[in-house]
Design a protein around this ligand. Structure first.
Ligand code: COA
Length: 335
């Protein structure tokens, strides 16, 4: 839809999040693989992450939406659509969105899962916004939820220190004041990077077998060094593009809200955008990389801490497996 023809924008009117209680700190990883707290902190910025001991991704998502409903007074039967961004669905099918819909009793909602790895939330937010902009839907819940511990090999030091479990959710509603809400997005995929960050088995390309289990092909595989290079460039590129398209300079932006995969990637993106550290949302130290959950987790924590105000210009940016890239420019409308 062209921006000129829109009669409503989608605005975020509520936020919520949920993280499991169990904490794995860097010291714990020193006891299970050949690593050190110092290496993990300096290479990634991560100090600890949360792990879900019992339950699945739908439980993470359900709890985040319950938190959203507590925060906003939203009733389950008012929800018209639930989009769950995840790469760790409870099942291939039914969709996690169906399980979440039933858990919260959203009897008037439809829903679906969206698979875009670490860009999942950004893609889903744009999808949700499109439903609102179409004029047909008034209350859409977008949730990013991942139980990364379900697909993490805790004997592989290259990946196990990076990931955690969490979920974050937002409510989207229309606003006729087009100065607020989602203004623009730049979304991309590049499947030529598919082999560099992948769960190799379990899908139709390589169905589960004794061999796939023995060869540990149901876990995350990542060529960290190669992905790092593409991530630094990719996230900075989409962020710079959305700034240019909207005539934004670093000084205009209240916050960069980056996917939390590595503090060095976040710093490189901020530098390219001309944004100082104090204007970058960061919580990677507490949760690690929670894939589709990182951005709504940041939004919820900063909003709850009173750090976001009406009229703030935000750029959300992500990079993930696929490869997937995305940035969204939005103007915050909540007091
Ligand atoms: N503890 C100690 N050493 C480790 C280690 C760990 N947990 N993990 C890897 N190493 C070692 C490597 O084996 C390598 O050793 P070698 O030189 O003897 O082979 C060395 O550290 C350097 O490895 P490298 O992969 O170059 O490190 P890095 O500085 O690139 O950091 C990542 C590794 C994974 C943190 C980094 O590459 C990264 O963040 N990649 C991108 C992640 C990402 O954005 N993913 C996409 C979104 S999900």
């Amino acid at each position: 839809m062209s921006r000129e023809r829109k009669t409503v924008n989608a605005q975020i009117t509520g936020v919520g999040m949920w993280v499991p209680e169990k904490v794995l700190d860097n010291k714990y990883f020193e006891s299970i693989v050949d690593t050190s707290d110092e290496w993990i902190r300096t290479r990634t910025g991560i100090q600890e992450r949360r792990i879900l001991e019992k339950g699945a991704t739908s439980d993470l998502a359900t709890n985040a939406i319950k938190n959203l409903m507590e925060n906003t007074g939203l009733k389950p039967d008012e929800i018209e659509a639930i989009i769950v961004a995840t790469v760790t669905p409870d099942y291939f099918f039914p969709a996690t969105a169906c399980l979440v819909q039933d858990n919260i009793g959203a009897k008037n909602a439809f829903g679906y899962d969206l698979s875009a790895a670490c860009s999942g939330f950004i893609f889903a937010l744009q999808q949700g916004a499109s439903l609102i902009e179409s004029g047909r839907y008034k209350k859409v819940v977008v949730v990013g939820a991942d139980k990364m511990s379900a697909i993490t090999d805790y004997t592989d030091r290259n990946t196990c220190i990076l990931f955690g479990d969490a979920a974050g959710a937002v409510l989207l509603e229309p606003t006729e004041n087009l100065e607020y809400g989602l203004q623009d997005s730049v979304l991309r995929v590049d499947g030529s990077g598919r082999d560099l960050l992948i769960m190799k088995a379990g899908g139709s390309a390589m169905p589960a077998s004794k061999e796939t289990v023995e060869n540990k092909l149901h876990y995350i595989y990542q060529d960290g060094r190669a992905v790092f290079k593409v991530a630094v460039k990719g996230m900075a590129d989409v962020s710079a593009e959305i700034m240019e398209r909207n005539n934004l300079t670093g000084g205009d932006i209240a916050y960069l809200v980056p996917h939390q995969a590595n503090l060095r990637i976040i710093d490189a993106t901020a530098k390219r955008m001309g944004i100082t550290r104090d204007k970058v949302m960061i919580n990677i130290q507490k949760y690690g990389n929670t894939t589709a959950a990182t951005i709504p987790l940041c939004l919820t924590e900063y909003y709850n801490a009173g750090k976001l105000k009406k009229g703030d210009k935000l750029v959300l940016s992500s990079f993930g497996g696929g490869f997937t890239f995305g940035s969204i420019y939005l103007v915050w409308s909540m007091d």
